[in-house]
Design a protein around this ligand. Structure first.
Ligand SMILES: Nc1nc2c(c(=O)[nH]1)N[C@H]1C(S)=C(S)[C@@H](COP(=O)(O)OP(=O)(O)OC[C@H]3O[C@@H](n4cnc5c(N)ncnc54)[C@H](O)[C@@H]3O)O[C@H]1N2
Ligand code: MOO
Length: 411
């Protein structure tokens, strides 16, 4: 049994201690189709230029601008149409000489000699009919600006340009940019396997009617979902307040995961079994200067990094956002820097003395207000769902007044 720490530890110092337990996981290559949410292990540099060649931004006619200077509704310029280029491989190269034009479609390569595109609406053709062949002559009814509607080769990215930095969590736009840069697969970090263990004799599975003194298990649900949403692979277990059972579960999971995460049983109670069991191994307990989320522990269980967060549902969630998140980012090699936004308080609220407050909050046009009607409280799990942000209030502030500007971390 380990004593209950009294001395408060700064949040940053505790987070550094926790992050130091882990290093980046191994790298594997995955197809772009499987890469959503994975973290890029190396920078992506373009293998192809984007665009790969000069091409048209409009359906119309590729012209030599010098031929159509001064063109207008009252001063039409007629050109001979000598070619027809569509997007896709060209059958034969098209060359536009003086007095000539080529019919061109959006995305098609700009023919040699042409330097501008006139959209079909600004010609006597007015519109193209599907499947119709190109006219032999076209009348241009508007003078194009220099380079009009021409998308230049490499104006987006040239070969060798940095497209994405390492550490990026890949989303749809990243994958599109990577595909356009010439890649079919990407090097990413393994997904972190996390053993989630929640403890409590009072817990019943979600959906089951609780008996007297019982309540639905929600922390395992929360943490597993939160981890999955951040690209990890959770395995969740619910354990009664029984030291031998907890040891068995931890010993079973340890060789199969990259991180153990327990929730509950970490404070001063007579049945706080996590504190009792983890104290047997290389684990340090701390009172962290945050609210909620004060009682914490981190270290190693059978050599595997372990984080123990408190069991109150809001405490477990805030601990995930403040402590588990950077640890997971370190495992995934993820650049996870978050800058708080600054917003005025729409109402006032009380803050705990000496601890940084992480208050589930709603941020809207009126400003920031506590998500829970009754203010802060680490058991207010229903109100947690309403939060759109965490308001972060420094430890030396004991009250936020309406209009005070506060930091918020959007959720
Ligand atoms: N004498 C002291 N008592 C407490 C202190 C303290 O410093 N001295 N710290 C308080 C703070 S702050 C917190 S936070 C809690 C943390 O308690 P534990 O981590 O030991 O959590 P439990 O006692 O197991 O549970 C707390 C609370 O949360 C409910 N719970 C637990 N697990 C789940 C779950 N999986 N799903 C839903 N709800 C869960 C549990 O029923 C309790 O109501 O300690 C304070 N006490
Ligand atoms: O630190 Mo506890 O998490 O206030 O409720």
């Amino acid at each position: 049994m380990t004593g209950v720490p009294q001395q408060l530890v700064e949040v940053e110092s505790y987070v550094s201690r926790a992050v130091a337990l882990v290093g980046p996981l191994d790298v594997e290559r995955v197809a772009l189709a499987d890469a959503t949410g994975r973290v890029l292990a190396e920078p992506v540099r373009a293998l192809l230029a984007s665009p790969a060649f000069d091409n048209s931004a409009m359906d119309g006619f590729a012209v030599r601008r010098a031929d159509v200077l001064g063109a207008g509704q009252d001063s039409p310029r007629e050109l001979a149409v000598v070619g027809d280029v569509a997007a896709g491989p060209a059958s034969a190269p098209v060359r536009v000489g003086p007095g000539q034009a080529a019919r061109i479609m959006t995305g098609a390569a700009l023919p040699e000699g042409a330097d501008a595109v006139v959209p079909v609406e600004l010609t006597d053709a007015r519109a193209f009919t599907f499947g119709a062949t190109a006219p032999t002559r076209v009348t241009i009814l508007s003078e194009p600006a220099p380079g009009a509607h021409v998308r230049r080769r490499a104006e987006d990215a040239d070969v060798g340009d940095l497209v994405l930095p390492a550490g990026r969590r890949l989303g749809p736009r990243d994958l599109a940019a990577t595909a356009a840069a010439g890649y079919g697969n990407v090097p990413v970090r393994h997904r972190a396997r996390v053993g989630v263990v929640v403890t409590g004799d009072e817990l019943v599975p979600p959906g089951e009617a609780p008996g007297p003194g019982q309540l639905p298990e929600s922390n395992g649900v929360l943490l597993a979902s939160w981890l999955r949403g951040r690209g990890a692979v959770p395995t969740a277990r619910v354990v009664p307040d029984d030291a031998a059972a907890l040891r068995r579960v931890l010993d079973h999971l340890a060789p199969r995961v990259d991180l153990l995460l327990t929730a509950g049983g970490v404070s001063a109670g007579a049945f706080d079994v996590v504190r009792e069991v983890l104290g047997d191994d290389d684990v340090t307990f701390a009172a962290v200067a945050m609210q909620p989320g004060k009682p914490q522990a981190c270290g190693r269980w059978r050599g595997v990094p372990v984080l123990a967060v408190p069991g109150n549902p809001v405490s477990a969630f805030v601990s995930a956002e403040v402590i588990v998140r950077p640890v997971l980012a370190a495992l995934h090699g993820h650049d996870d820097a978050r800058r708080p936004e600054r917003r005025p308080a729409a109402t006032g609220w009380r803050c705990p003395p000496g601890r940084r407050q992480y208050l589930p909050a709603v941020v809207d046009d009126d400003g920031v207000r506590p998500a829970a009607r009754r203010g802060s409280g680490s058991h207010l799990v229903a109100s947690l769902a309403a939060a759109t942000a965490l308001a972060v209030v420094p430890a030396d502030v004991d009250e936020v007044r309406p209009g005070d500007v506060v930091d918020v971390l959007p959720l």
